[in-house]
Design a protein around this ligand. Structure first.
Ligand code: F0G
Length: 457
Protein backbone atom coordinates (compact mmCIF):
# COMPACT_ATOMS: atom_id res chain seq x y z
CA UNK A 1 0.00 0.00 0.00
CA UNK A 2 2.84 2.39 0.77
CA UNK A 3 3.54 3.13 -2.90
CA UNK A 4 -0.09 3.88 -3.75
CA UNK A 5 -0.21 7.29 -2.10
CA UNK A 6 2.04 10.25 -1.34
CA UNK A 7 4.56 9.53 1.45
CA UNK A 8 3.45 12.67 3.31
CA UNK A 9 0.32 14.39 4.57
CA UNK A 10 -0.55 18.09 4.34
CA UNK A 11 -0.01 20.33 7.36
CA UNK A 12 -0.69 23.75 5.87
CA UNK A 13 -2.73 24.88 2.86
CA UNK A 14 -2.80 27.96 0.67
CA UNK A 15 -6.02 29.17 -0.90
CA UNK A 16 -6.30 29.35 -4.68
CA UNK A 17 -9.30 30.29 -6.80
CA UNK A 18 -10.44 30.52 -10.39
CA UNK A 19 -11.47 34.00 -11.48
CA UNK A 20 -14.38 34.20 -14.00
CA UNK A 21 -13.73 33.62 -17.68
CA UNK A 22 -14.37 37.29 -18.70
CA UNK A 23 -11.82 38.39 -16.10
CA UNK A 24 -9.27 35.92 -17.42
CA UNK A 25 -9.80 37.25 -20.96
CA UNK A 26 -9.17 40.77 -19.67
CA UNK A 27 -6.09 39.91 -17.60
CA UNK A 28 -4.30 37.97 -20.34
CA UNK A 29 -5.01 40.74 -22.89
CA UNK A 30 -3.64 43.33 -20.43
CA UNK A 31 -0.57 41.13 -19.97
CA UNK A 32 0.06 41.34 -23.73
CA UNK A 33 -0.79 37.65 -24.10
CA UNK A 34 2.35 36.88 -22.15
CA UNK A 35 1.87 34.65 -19.11
CA UNK A 36 4.86 36.23 -17.36
CA UNK A 37 2.81 39.43 -17.12
CA UNK A 38 0.01 37.78 -15.12
CA UNK A 39 -0.35 38.24 -11.40
CA UNK A 40 -0.32 35.14 -9.20
CA UNK A 41 -3.80 36.03 -7.94
CA UNK A 42 -5.15 35.71 -11.49
CA UNK A 43 -4.05 32.09 -11.65
CA UNK A 44 -5.80 28.93 -10.49
CA UNK A 45 -3.13 26.29 -11.10
CA UNK A 46 0.40 27.62 -11.63
CA UNK A 47 2.60 25.20 -13.52
CA UNK A 48 4.92 27.79 -15.03
CA UNK A 49 7.92 26.27 -13.29
CA UNK A 50 9.12 23.77 -10.72
CA UNK A 51 11.79 26.27 -9.67
CA UNK A 52 11.48 27.62 -6.14
CA UNK A 53 7.82 26.62 -6.08
CA UNK A 54 8.07 23.40 -4.05
CA UNK A 55 6.61 22.85 -0.58
CA UNK A 56 9.14 22.50 2.23
CA UNK A 57 8.66 19.75 4.81
CA UNK A 58 8.12 20.20 8.56
CA UNK A 59 11.78 19.23 9.03
CA UNK A 60 12.89 21.96 6.64
CA UNK A 61 10.68 24.55 8.34
CA UNK A 62 12.07 23.61 11.71
CA UNK A 63 15.62 23.73 10.34
CA UNK A 64 14.97 27.41 9.52
CA UNK A 65 14.88 28.10 13.24
CA UNK A 66 18.40 26.73 13.61
CA UNK A 67 19.74 29.15 11.01
CA UNK A 68 22.94 30.83 12.15
CA UNK A 69 23.15 34.29 10.62
CA UNK A 70 26.84 34.88 11.35
CA UNK A 71 28.44 36.75 8.50
CA UNK A 72 31.49 34.49 8.51
CA UNK A 73 31.82 30.86 9.52
CA UNK A 74 28.10 30.27 10.07
CA UNK A 75 27.15 26.87 11.53
CA UNK A 76 24.49 26.63 8.83
CA UNK A 77 27.23 26.80 6.19
CA UNK A 78 29.05 23.84 7.73
CA UNK A 79 25.84 21.82 7.96
CA UNK A 80 25.12 22.53 4.30
CA UNK A 81 28.73 21.77 3.34
CA UNK A 82 28.41 18.35 4.95
CA UNK A 83 25.13 17.72 3.12
CA UNK A 84 26.65 18.78 -0.23
CA UNK A 85 29.71 16.60 0.35
CA UNK A 86 27.40 13.71 1.15
CA UNK A 87 25.68 13.86 -2.24
CA UNK A 88 28.64 14.91 -4.39
CA UNK A 89 31.71 13.41 -2.75
CA UNK A 90 33.45 16.70 -3.75
CA UNK A 91 35.91 18.55 -1.56
CA UNK A 92 34.96 22.18 -2.11
CA UNK A 93 31.72 24.11 -2.12
CA UNK A 94 30.31 27.65 -2.08
CA UNK A 95 26.64 28.61 -1.85
CA UNK A 96 25.10 31.07 -4.31
CA UNK A 97 21.70 32.74 -4.39
CA UNK A 98 20.51 30.54 -7.26
CA UNK A 99 21.75 28.55 -10.25
CA UNK A 100 22.56 31.47 -12.50
CA UNK A 101 24.58 33.04 -9.68
CA UNK A 102 26.72 29.91 -9.70
CA UNK A 103 27.18 30.19 -13.46
CA UNK A 104 28.11 33.85 -13.15
CA UNK A 105 30.83 33.07 -10.58
CA UNK A 106 32.28 29.95 -12.19
CA UNK A 107 32.16 30.44 -15.96
CA UNK A 108 34.55 33.43 -16.35
CA UNK A 109 37.23 31.32 -14.65
CA UNK A 110 36.93 28.61 -17.29
CA UNK A 111 35.94 30.27 -20.59
CA UNK A 112 38.30 32.12 -22.90
CA UNK A 113 37.02 34.35 -25.70
CA UNK A 114 36.01 32.29 -28.75
CA UNK A 115 35.85 28.94 -26.97
CA UNK A 116 32.91 26.55 -27.25
CA UNK A 117 30.89 25.10 -24.43
CA UNK A 118 29.38 21.78 -25.47
CA UNK A 119 26.33 20.50 -23.65
CA UNK A 120 23.58 17.98 -24.23
CA UNK A 121 21.41 21.11 -24.05
CA UNK A 122 22.22 24.43 -22.37
CA UNK A 123 19.52 25.92 -20.20
CA UNK A 124 18.84 29.51 -21.34
CA UNK A 125 20.71 31.26 -18.47
CA UNK A 126 23.59 28.82 -18.93
CA UNK A 127 23.78 29.69 -22.63
CA UNK A 128 23.59 33.39 -21.74
CA UNK A 129 26.52 33.09 -19.29
CA UNK A 130 28.61 31.22 -21.87
CA UNK A 131 27.92 33.96 -24.41
CA UNK A 132 28.48 36.82 -21.95
CA UNK A 133 32.00 35.43 -21.50
CA UNK A 134 32.72 35.42 -25.22
CA UNK A 135 32.01 31.71 -25.66
CA UNK A 136 29.64 29.85 -27.93
CA UNK A 137 27.07 27.38 -26.64
CA UNK A 138 26.80 24.23 -28.76
CA UNK A 139 23.95 21.78 -28.04
CA UNK A 140 24.82 18.16 -28.71
CA UNK A 141 21.91 16.04 -27.51
CA UNK A 142 21.04 12.79 -29.33
CA UNK A 143 18.76 13.41 -32.32
CA UNK A 144 16.03 11.24 -30.75
CA UNK A 145 15.33 14.14 -28.35
CA UNK A 146 13.80 16.12 -31.19
CA UNK A 147 11.30 13.41 -32.15
CA UNK A 148 8.57 13.78 -29.52
CA UNK A 149 6.63 10.71 -30.67
CA UNK A 150 9.62 8.40 -30.25
CA UNK A 151 10.09 6.46 -27.03
CA UNK A 152 13.67 6.38 -25.75
CA UNK A 153 14.63 5.82 -22.11
CA UNK A 154 17.37 8.48 -22.07
CA UNK A 155 16.45 11.26 -24.45
CA UNK A 156 18.76 13.64 -22.57
CA UNK A 157 21.87 11.68 -23.62
CA UNK A 158 24.84 13.39 -25.20
CA UNK A 159 25.49 12.49 -28.83
CA UNK A 160 29.02 11.34 -28.00
CA UNK A 161 30.07 10.68 -31.61
CA UNK A 162 29.15 14.22 -32.54
CA UNK A 163 30.82 15.52 -29.39
CA UNK A 164 34.13 13.96 -30.37
CA UNK A 165 33.76 15.22 -33.93
CA UNK A 166 33.23 18.79 -32.72
CA UNK A 167 36.28 18.53 -30.45
CA UNK A 168 38.43 17.26 -33.33
CA UNK A 169 37.17 19.92 -35.74
CA UNK A 170 37.48 22.79 -33.32
CA UNK A 171 40.60 21.60 -31.48
CA UNK A 172 40.50 20.58 -27.82
CA UNK A 173 42.15 23.85 -26.77
CA UNK A 174 39.11 25.70 -28.09
CA UNK A 175 36.63 23.84 -25.91
CA UNK A 176 36.08 25.52 -22.54
CA UNK A 177 34.20 22.62 -20.98
CA UNK A 178 31.51 20.02 -21.46
CA UNK A 179 28.28 20.66 -19.55
CA UNK A 180 26.05 17.69 -18.82
CA UNK A 181 22.59 18.97 -17.86
CA UNK A 182 20.77 16.48 -15.60
CA UNK A 183 17.96 16.07 -16.29
CA UNK A 184 17.97 17.74 -19.68
CA UNK A 185 15.37 20.44 -19.03
CA UNK A 186 15.06 21.92 -22.52
CA UNK A 187 14.51 18.50 -24.13
CA UNK A 188 11.61 17.77 -21.76
CA UNK A 189 13.21 16.93 -18.41
CA UNK A 190 14.77 13.91 -20.08
CA UNK A 191 17.34 11.85 -18.22
CA UNK A 192 20.97 11.08 -19.12
CA UNK A 193 22.14 7.49 -18.53
CA UNK A 194 25.23 6.57 -16.57
CA UNK A 195 26.49 4.60 -19.56
CA UNK A 196 26.30 7.79 -21.62
CA UNK A 197 27.96 9.87 -18.90
CA UNK A 198 30.84 7.37 -18.68
CA UNK A 199 31.37 7.58 -22.45
CA UNK A 200 31.38 11.38 -22.31
CA UNK A 201 33.92 11.20 -19.47
CA UNK A 202 36.20 8.98 -21.57
CA UNK A 203 36.14 11.49 -24.42
CA UNK A 204 36.69 14.39 -22.03
CA UNK A 205 39.72 12.63 -20.54
CA UNK A 206 41.11 11.77 -23.96
CA UNK A 207 41.27 15.49 -24.82
CA UNK A 208 41.84 16.91 -21.35
CA UNK A 209 38.50 18.75 -21.15
CA UNK A 210 36.61 19.43 -17.92
CA UNK A 211 33.11 18.12 -17.26
CA UNK A 212 30.65 20.35 -15.40
CA UNK A 213 27.28 19.01 -14.31
CA UNK A 214 24.39 21.45 -14.49
CA UNK A 215 22.67 19.52 -11.78
CA UNK A 216 19.34 21.19 -10.92
CA UNK A 217 17.43 17.88 -11.14
CA UNK A 218 20.17 15.46 -10.14
CA UNK A 219 17.92 13.25 -7.96
CA UNK A 220 15.22 12.89 -10.61
CA UNK A 221 17.93 11.90 -13.09
CA UNK A 222 19.23 9.26 -10.66
CA UNK A 223 15.72 7.89 -10.22
CA UNK A 224 15.42 7.27 -13.97
CA UNK A 225 18.84 5.58 -13.99
CA UNK A 226 17.69 3.26 -11.22
CA UNK A 227 14.47 2.42 -13.03
CA UNK A 228 15.74 2.20 -16.59
CA UNK A 229 19.38 1.10 -16.47
CA UNK A 230 19.54 -2.57 -15.56
CA UNK A 231 23.02 -2.35 -14.02
CA UNK A 232 21.85 0.18 -11.41
CA UNK A 233 18.55 -1.41 -10.42
CA UNK A 234 19.83 -2.46 -7.05
CA UNK A 235 21.71 0.74 -6.20
CA UNK A 236 20.26 3.37 -3.91
CA UNK A 237 19.52 6.84 -5.29
CA UNK A 238 22.37 8.25 -3.22
CA UNK A 239 24.82 5.70 -4.65
CA UNK A 240 23.76 6.60 -8.18
CA UNK A 241 23.96 10.35 -7.49
CA UNK A 242 27.50 9.96 -6.15
CA UNK A 243 28.60 7.83 -9.07
CA UNK A 244 27.21 10.37 -11.56
CA UNK A 245 29.04 13.24 -9.87
CA UNK A 246 32.24 11.18 -9.68
CA UNK A 247 32.62 11.68 -13.46
CA UNK A 248 32.57 15.46 -13.18
CA UNK A 249 35.14 18.09 -12.21
CA UNK A 250 32.65 20.58 -10.82
CA UNK A 251 28.93 21.23 -10.62
CA UNK A 252 26.67 24.23 -10.71
CA UNK A 253 23.27 23.75 -9.18
CA UNK A 254 20.01 25.60 -8.95
CA UNK A 255 18.86 24.24 -5.59
CA UNK A 256 15.36 25.62 -6.24
CA UNK A 257 14.46 22.33 -7.89
CA UNK A 258 15.85 19.17 -6.26
CA UNK A 259 16.98 21.09 -3.17
CA UNK A 260 13.26 21.65 -2.52
CA UNK A 261 13.83 25.19 -1.28
CA UNK A 262 12.42 28.45 -2.57
CA UNK A 263 15.80 30.06 -3.17
CA UNK A 264 19.36 28.76 -3.40
CA UNK A 265 22.17 27.46 -5.54
CA UNK A 266 25.74 26.29 -5.32
CA UNK A 267 29.05 25.49 -6.93
CA UNK A 268 30.92 22.35 -5.86
CA UNK A 269 34.39 21.40 -7.07
CA UNK A 270 35.80 17.91 -6.88
CA UNK A 271 39.45 18.65 -6.03
CA UNK A 272 40.88 21.52 -8.09
CA UNK A 273 42.13 23.85 -5.36
CA UNK A 274 43.24 26.55 -7.77
CA UNK A 275 39.77 26.69 -9.32
CA UNK A 276 38.21 26.75 -5.88
CA UNK A 277 40.43 29.67 -4.86
CA UNK A 278 39.28 31.50 -7.98
CA UNK A 279 35.66 30.80 -7.11
CA UNK A 280 36.15 31.90 -3.52
CA UNK A 281 37.60 35.19 -4.68
CA UNK A 282 34.93 35.89 -7.29
CA UNK A 283 31.98 34.91 -5.12
CA UNK A 284 32.65 37.75 -2.65
CA UNK A 285 31.86 40.78 -4.87
CA UNK A 286 29.10 38.97 -6.78
CA UNK A 287 27.15 36.83 -4.30
CA UNK A 288 28.63 37.36 -0.85
CA UNK A 289 31.25 36.07 1.57
CA UNK A 290 32.07 32.39 0.79
CA UNK A 291 30.28 31.00 3.86
CA UNK A 292 26.93 32.46 2.84
CA UNK A 293 27.19 33.33 -0.88
CA UNK A 294 23.83 35.08 -1.22
CA UNK A 295 21.88 32.90 1.20
CA UNK A 296 20.79 33.52 4.75
CA UNK A 297 21.82 30.97 7.35
CA UNK A 298 18.28 29.65 7.65
CA UNK A 299 18.08 29.07 3.88
CA UNK A 300 21.27 27.01 4.05
CA UNK A 301 19.84 24.87 6.85
CA UNK A 302 16.58 24.22 4.98
CA UNK A 303 18.61 23.23 1.92
CA UNK A 304 20.82 20.87 3.91
CA UNK A 305 17.66 19.02 4.96
CA UNK A 306 16.17 19.20 1.42
CA UNK A 307 19.14 17.26 0.05
CA UNK A 308 18.43 14.39 2.44
CA UNK A 309 14.72 14.28 1.54
CA UNK A 310 15.05 14.47 -2.22
CA UNK A 311 17.08 11.25 -2.48
CA UNK A 312 14.40 9.22 -0.66
CA UNK A 313 12.91 6.70 -3.05
CA UNK A 314 9.39 7.01 -1.67
CA UNK A 315 9.45 10.74 -2.37
CA UNK A 316 10.93 10.40 -5.86
CA UNK A 317 8.59 7.66 -6.98
CA UNK A 318 5.51 9.62 -5.91
CA UNK A 319 6.88 12.75 -7.57
CA UNK A 320 7.64 11.09 -10.90
CA UNK A 321 4.39 9.12 -10.76
CA UNK A 322 2.38 12.35 -10.57
CA UNK A 323 4.09 13.79 -13.63
CA UNK A 324 3.51 10.49 -15.45
CA UNK A 325 -0.14 10.57 -14.41
CA UNK A 326 -0.65 13.94 -16.09
CA UNK A 327 1.14 12.62 -19.19
CA UNK A 328 -1.07 9.53 -19.25
CA UNK A 329 -4.29 11.56 -19.00
CA UNK A 330 -3.17 13.80 -21.85
CA UNK A 331 -2.09 10.93 -24.08
CA UNK A 332 -5.37 9.14 -23.51
CA UNK A 333 -7.15 12.34 -24.55
CA UNK A 334 -5.17 12.43 -27.81
CA UNK A 335 -2.91 15.35 -26.84
CA UNK A 336 0.57 14.97 -28.41
CA UNK A 337 3.34 15.10 -25.79
CA UNK A 338 7.09 14.46 -25.53
CA UNK A 339 7.48 10.72 -24.91
CA UNK A 340 8.34 9.36 -22.47
CA UNK A 341 7.29 11.94 -19.86
CA UNK A 342 10.25 13.64 -18.14
CA UNK A 343 11.00 14.16 -14.49
CA UNK A 344 9.60 17.58 -13.71
CA UNK A 345 7.15 18.36 -16.48
CA UNK A 346 4.96 17.21 -19.29
CA UNK A 347 5.88 18.88 -22.57
CA UNK A 348 3.02 19.25 -25.04
CA UNK A 349 4.06 19.19 -28.70
CA UNK A 350 2.41 22.35 -30.00
CA UNK A 351 3.67 21.79 -33.55
CA UNK A 352 1.53 18.66 -33.69
CA UNK A 353 -1.29 20.18 -31.65
CA UNK A 354 -1.60 23.31 -33.82
CA UNK A 355 -0.06 22.38 -37.18
CA UNK A 356 -1.82 25.32 -38.87
CA UNK A 357 0.16 27.91 -36.85
CA UNK A 358 3.67 28.62 -38.25
CA UNK A 359 6.67 29.05 -35.91
CA UNK A 360 6.67 32.84 -36.35
CA UNK A 361 3.14 32.93 -34.92
CA UNK A 362 4.28 30.94 -31.88
CA UNK A 363 2.06 27.84 -31.67
CA UNK A 364 3.17 26.87 -28.15
CA UNK A 365 2.56 30.42 -26.91
CA UNK A 366 -0.91 30.36 -28.48
CA UNK A 367 -1.61 27.12 -26.63
CA UNK A 368 -0.28 28.59 -23.39
CA UNK A 369 -2.66 31.58 -23.68
CA UNK A 370 -5.54 29.27 -24.52
CA UNK A 371 -4.90 27.09 -21.48
CA UNK A 372 -5.06 30.15 -19.23
CA UNK A 373 -8.30 31.28 -20.85
CA UNK A 374 -9.82 27.84 -20.55
CA UNK A 375 -9.07 27.04 -16.92
CA UNK A 376 -6.79 29.66 -15.33
CA UNK A 377 -3.82 27.31 -15.71
CA UNK A 378 -0.40 28.91 -16.36
CA UNK A 379 2.14 26.85 -18.30
CA UNK A 380 5.16 28.16 -20.20
CA UNK A 381 6.27 28.25 -23.83
CA UNK A 382 9.57 26.62 -24.81
CA UNK A 383 9.82 27.31 -28.51
CA UNK A 384 10.40 30.06 -31.04
CA UNK A 385 9.01 32.81 -28.77
CA UNK A 386 11.61 31.89 -26.12
CA UNK A 387 14.36 31.44 -28.71
CA UNK A 388 14.03 34.99 -30.04
CA UNK A 389 15.75 36.71 -32.96
CA UNK A 390 19.07 36.07 -34.65
CA UNK A 391 21.45 38.62 -33.07
CA UNK A 392 23.11 39.31 -36.44
CA UNK A 393 20.14 39.55 -38.80
CA UNK A 394 17.40 40.42 -36.28
CA UNK A 395 15.20 37.77 -37.90
CA UNK A 396 12.98 35.43 -35.91
CA UNK A 397 14.73 32.08 -35.34
CA UNK A 398 12.85 28.82 -35.81
CA UNK A 399 13.00 26.45 -32.85
CA UNK A 400 13.42 22.72 -33.52
CA UNK A 401 10.63 22.06 -31.02
CA UNK A 402 7.54 24.09 -30.16
CA UNK A 403 6.64 22.96 -26.65
CA UNK A 404 4.21 23.97 -23.96
CA UNK A 405 5.78 22.96 -20.64
CA UNK A 406 3.45 21.94 -17.83
CA UNK A 407 5.91 22.04 -14.95
CA UNK A 408 4.88 20.38 -11.72
CA UNK A 409 6.05 21.96 -8.44
CA UNK A 410 7.25 19.46 -5.84
CA UNK A 411 4.76 18.32 -3.16
CA UNK A 412 2.33 21.16 -4.04
CA UNK A 413 -0.59 19.99 -6.19
CA UNK A 414 -2.77 16.88 -5.96
CA UNK A 415 -3.86 14.50 -8.69
CA UNK A 416 -7.15 16.42 -8.86
CA UNK A 417 -5.21 19.45 -10.04
CA UNK A 418 -3.55 17.26 -12.68
CA UNK A 419 -7.01 16.16 -13.81
CA UNK A 420 -8.14 19.77 -14.22
CA UNK A 421 -5.09 20.55 -16.35
CA UNK A 422 -5.64 17.48 -18.51
CA UNK A 423 -9.35 18.13 -18.92
CA UNK A 424 -8.71 21.74 -19.97
CA UNK A 425 -6.11 20.77 -22.58
CA UNK A 426 -8.25 17.95 -23.94
CA UNK A 427 -11.15 20.39 -24.34
CA UNK A 428 -8.87 22.77 -26.21
CA UNK A 429 -7.67 19.88 -28.38
CA UNK A 430 -11.24 19.26 -29.50
CA UNK A 431 -11.52 22.79 -30.88
CA UNK A 432 -7.89 23.21 -31.92
CA UNK A 433 -8.71 24.32 -35.48
CA UNK A 434 -10.21 27.57 -34.15
CA UNK A 435 -7.05 28.64 -32.33
CA UNK A 436 -5.04 31.44 -33.90
CA UNK A 437 -1.43 32.50 -33.54
CA UNK A 438 0.22 35.67 -32.23
CA UNK A 439 2.73 38.23 -33.39
CA UNK A 440 5.08 40.52 -31.51
CA UNK A 441 3.75 43.96 -30.65
CA UNK A 442 6.78 45.14 -28.69
CA UNK A 443 9.91 43.38 -27.48
CA UNK A 444 13.17 44.18 -25.71
CA UNK A 445 16.47 43.24 -27.37
CA UNK A 446 17.42 40.26 -25.21
CA UNK A 447 15.49 37.70 -23.11
CA UNK A 448 12.36 39.08 -24.70
CA UNK A 449 9.98 36.30 -23.65
CA UNK A 450 9.75 37.67 -20.10
CA UNK A 451 8.44 41.11 -21.07
CA UNK A 452 7.44 41.15 -24.75
CA UNK A 453 3.86 42.03 -25.63
CA UNK A 454 1.98 40.05 -28.24
CA UNK A 455 -1.20 40.51 -30.25
CA UNK A 456 -3.45 38.00 -32.00
CA UNK A 457 -2.93 37.70 -35.77
N1 F0G B 1 20.11 25.06 -15.19
C1 F0G B 1 18.93 24.43 -15.41
C2 F0G B 1 18.94 23.09 -16.05
C3 F0G B 1 17.73 25.06 -15.06
O1 F0G B 1 16.58 24.44 -15.31
C4 F0G B 1 17.77 26.34 -14.47
C5 F0G B 1 16.53 27.04 -14.12
C6 F0G B 1 19.02 26.94 -14.24
C7 F0G B 1 20.16 26.27 -14.62
C8 F0G B 1 19.13 28.30 -13.61
O2 F0G B 1 18.85 28.23 -12.29
O3 F0G B 1 16.81 29.65 -12.01
O4 F0G B 1 18.18 28.96 -10.04
O5 F0G B 1 19.05 30.62 -11.63
N2 F0G B 1 15.39 26.70 -14.53
C9 F0G B 1 14.10 27.28 -14.19
C10 F0G B 1 13.03 26.67 -15.05
C11 F0G B 1 14.07 28.76 -14.16
O6 F0G B 1 11.90 27.16 -14.98
O7 F0G B 1 13.29 25.69 -15.74
P1 F0G B 1 18.18 29.45 -11.45
Amino acid sequence: YSTLAEPYKIKMVEKISLIPKEEREKRIAEAGYNQFGLKAEDIFIDILTDSGTGAMSDHQWSALMLGDESYAGSRSFYRLEKSVQNITGYKYFVPTHQGRGAENVLFPLLIKEGQDSISNMHFDTTKAHVELNGGRAVDCVIPEAYDTGLNHPFKGNMDNDRLEKIILEKGAENIAFIIITITCNSAGGQPVSLKNIKETKKIADRYGIKIIFDSARFAENAYFIQKREEEYRHCSILEIVREVFSYGDAITMSAKKDGIVNMGGLIAIKEDLELFNGVRTRVVPIEGFPTYGGLSGRDMDALAVGFTEVVEESYLSSRIRQVEYLGKLLSEGGVPIQNPVGGHAVFVDAKKFLPHIPYYNFPAQALCVELYREAGVRGVEIGSFLLGNDPDTGKQLESALELLRLTIPRRVYTDNHMEVVAKALINIYKRRDEIKGYEIEEEPEILRHFTAKLKPV
